[in-house]
Design a protein around this ligand. Structure first.
Ligand SMILES: *[C@@H]1O[C@H](CO)[C@@H](O)[C@H](O)[C@H]1NC(C)=O
Ligand SMILES: *[C@@H]1O[C@H](CO)[C@@H](O)[C@H](O)[C@H]1NC(C)=O
Ligand SMILES: *[C@@H]1O[C@H](CO)[C@@H](O)[C@H](O)[C@H]1NC(C)=O
Ligand SMILES: *[C@@H]1O[C@H](CO)[C@@H](O)[C@H](O)[C@H]1NC(C)=O
Ligand SMILES: *[C@@H]1O[C@H](CO)[C@@H](O)[C@H](O)[C@H]1NC(C)=O
Length: 568
């Protein structure tokens, strides 16, 4: 930090006491990779969103535990939008506090979410700096289309303390655009030649037929229209219908290659192709191919969100919570490092996922591709002695999907992100499983992870050498971006059968998963140093029972289906 800034902070401390402000959030510096360009222009208009404290967040958590725990009297009695709202909406005291603060400062505040838990104001940077003792700065990042405006510290006037949970944008640096997938082979116009389904073999390719055989996924079409999968994408990217048709022609000749998806656009973002291979478009192609191509007959929607930062995730949550008839499964192959996102916004988002889970939506996130080193590992992280948890993987109210490779036996893939949250404590549903794992960690293992945190992932599936077609060529792809839509497809196919039998959909899975770990194949080999970090780098090891690489293991469709119909 430049010395002048240090002096400036001393002045702020004095002002804080004079005006009764309380520091709400701060961080020492921008995360690795961000370039600082100085103070944001004073007259730049800034739209700030405030997450207002919900009336009864603990009530939402307790209710969700009850309705998702097998054996409970209210098992799978999913809530309506209004029932969720009754927990999540701010109290009248909180609303009054915010509106009196806004009017006293000549600002108009507008509601920014269906549950009323977000409000937004638009003010010039100079006013935001003065009102919240902030120093908004301009930063860029090589993977972001546009610079972002962030501050390293933000305070709240005392009269708002306890009424505001999070402020965006403020100290959260986050970029979900780096997807959790990459091509392992590209440029072949024809179908990749392969001789086996073994994704650990140089001549193996994991096609839809291989996945169906490996996990017992049925080919018979689903019958219900009231059971949809929602696939999310960011930065205004959307999948190519032509690429999907090529994929289906090649790998699902038994279904029409016109089988499509419903595209929903959110926000004003536009994406202009550069004509070069685009990794973010690739991500959307593989995500749609591994839902439409696996969840035979299940209606699939693709939500293309214009924004490409943490606000894109907030927009996704508020969009879905506003739906009276929501999808039954939602799958996302994007995420952040917990530390770059920050605890206040991560906690607010995680509560948002709890609200969706309570509606009976299975919310799935890919665990990330950096092994113990976050969403993506890098050369500089390989020697680090601190493991990097990823988010939303670490949120206890989502189901997190890791990655495996090989078939005899299936092993943890080196990139499968897994570990323990520094923000969210371990939820009760995984106590036994995680404690058994922790008991196997040698005493000599360095203290590089947080033993009290939520352990992830929950499950794992194939994440290497999956067949795909994107941007004019056939090839294969790797990453936990692949395993997640495949699991989403399996859950949707089970929902189809549940609904056809007059039962409720699966909804929030985790307590059920940990009670039915025997419906999964335990993965007991492999380590997760990351994709680029050498195998010798410190990492976890897969072993019997739950582990922070593959969770309880890879799903067996027939066993999951039986467990879905069991009432315990
Ligand atoms: C919060 O919700 C729980 C669960 O529904 C309920 O028992 C409790 O009374 C609620 N608390 C308040 C303050 O509304
Ligand atoms: C789709 O299938 C039809 C035959 O049913 C075929 O003529 C067409 O080329 C296929 N489309 C693609 C993109 O492969
Ligand atoms: C889209 O852009 C128009 C014109 O710039 C603006 O008025 C509108 O508010 C934007 N909508 C959203 C959802 O951002
Ligand atoms: C460890 O995780 C807990 C939540 O379980 C959190 O409160 C604590 O701050 C974390 N410790 C560190 C060093 O991050
Ligand atoms: C991680 O595994 C993949 C798939 O087997 C392999 O291609 C890659 O080289 C491995 N990374 C390292 C650093 O060994």
């Amino acid at each position: 930090m430049a010395p002048f800034l240090f002096l400036h902070l001393l002045t702020l401390v004095a002002l804080v006491s004079a005006r009764s402000l309380i520091v709400h959030d701060s961080r020492p510096d921008a995360p690795e990779g961000y370039v600082h360009h100085g103070a944001a222009p004073e007259d730049q208009q800034l739209t700030l969103r405030f997450a207002l404290a919900g009336k009864n967040t603990s009530g939402l958590h307790d209710t969700l535990k009850a309705i998702s725990t097998p054996g409970s009297a209210s098992f799978r009695r999913w809530l309506s939008a209004d029932e969720v709202k009754s927990f999540v909406e701010p109290s009248s005291a909180t609303l009054a506090a915010f509106h009196s603060f806004a009017s006293a400062n000549g600002i108009s505040a507008s509601s920014a979410s269906p549950h009323g838990d977000w409000v937004s104001i638009t003010v010039p940077v100079s006013k935001a700096n003065a009102l919240f003792q902030a120093q908004y700065q301009t930063y860029s990042h090589p993977s972001l289309a546009k610079p972002v405006t962030r501050t390293l510290s933000i305070s709240l006037p005392v009269e708002l303390a306890g009424h505001v949970d999070a402020i965006f944008p403020s100290t959260s640096f986050s970029n979900p655009r780096t997807p959790h997938a990459a091509p392992s082979e590209l440029g072949t116009k024809g179908k990749p030649s392969f001789t086996s389904c073994d994704s650990s073999d140089p001549h193996g390719v994991m096609t839809p037929n291989c996945l169906q055989a490996l996990y017992g996924i049925p080919l018979t079409p689903a019958s219900r229209q009231d059971n949809r999968i929602l696939v999310t994408g960011y930065g205004a990217r959307s999948p190519s219908r032509e690429s999907l048709a090529e994929f289906l022609t090649e790998y699902r000749p038994d279904i029409s290659n016109k089988t499509g998806f419903n595209l929903i656009r959110l926000g004003n973002g536009t994406f202009t192709s550069t004509g070069l291979f685009d990794i973010t478009t690739f991500e959307t192609d593989i995500d749609i191919q591994h839902t439409v191509g696996i969840a035979t007959g299940v209606p699939v929607e693709f939500l293309s969100v214009g924004k490409d930062n943490a606000d894109a995730f907030l927009d996704t949550i508020t969009f879905v919570e506003g739906l009276q008839d929501p999808p039954s499964v939602m799958t996302s192959s994007y995420g952040f490092d917990e530390s770059s996102l920050g605890a206040t916004i991560a906690t607010k988002m995680c509560n948002g996922y709890a609200g969706l889970a309570a509606r009976g939506i299975t919310v799935l996130f890919s665990s990330g591709d950096g092994g113990v080193r976050g969403t993506h590992d890098s050369g500089t992280r390989c020697t680090s002695n601190v493991f990097v948890p990823a988010f939303p993987s670490s949120c206890p109210w989502v189901t997190t999907v890791g990655g495996t490779l090989g078939i005899r036996p299936e092993k943890a893939m080196n990139l499968t992100s897994g570990g323990f949250s520094n923000i969210f404590p371990r939820p009760a549903y995984q106590d036994t499983a995680v404690e058994s794992f922790l008991a196997t960690v040698p005493n000599a293992f360095p203290a590089v992870f947080n033993k009290t945190g939520r352990g992830y992932p929950d499950v794992a599936l194939q994440a290497n050498k999956l067949a795909q077609f994107s941007q004019g060529s056939h090839g294969t792809a790797y990453g936990t971006s692949l395993s997640t839509p495949i699991f989403a497809s399996m859950i949707a196919l089970i929902n189809d059968r549940l609904l056809a039998a007059g039962e409720q959909r699966l909804g929030f899975l985790n307590p059920w998963i940990y009670q039915h770990a025997d419906a999964f194949t335990d993965i007991t080999a492999g380590t997760n140093p990351g994709f680029v970090c050498p195998a010798s780098s410190l990492a976890f090891e897969a072993r019997a029972g739950w582990d922070p690489l593959t969770g309880v293991g890879s799903p067996v469709f027939s066993k999951l289906l039986n467990a879905a119909f069991a009432r315990y």
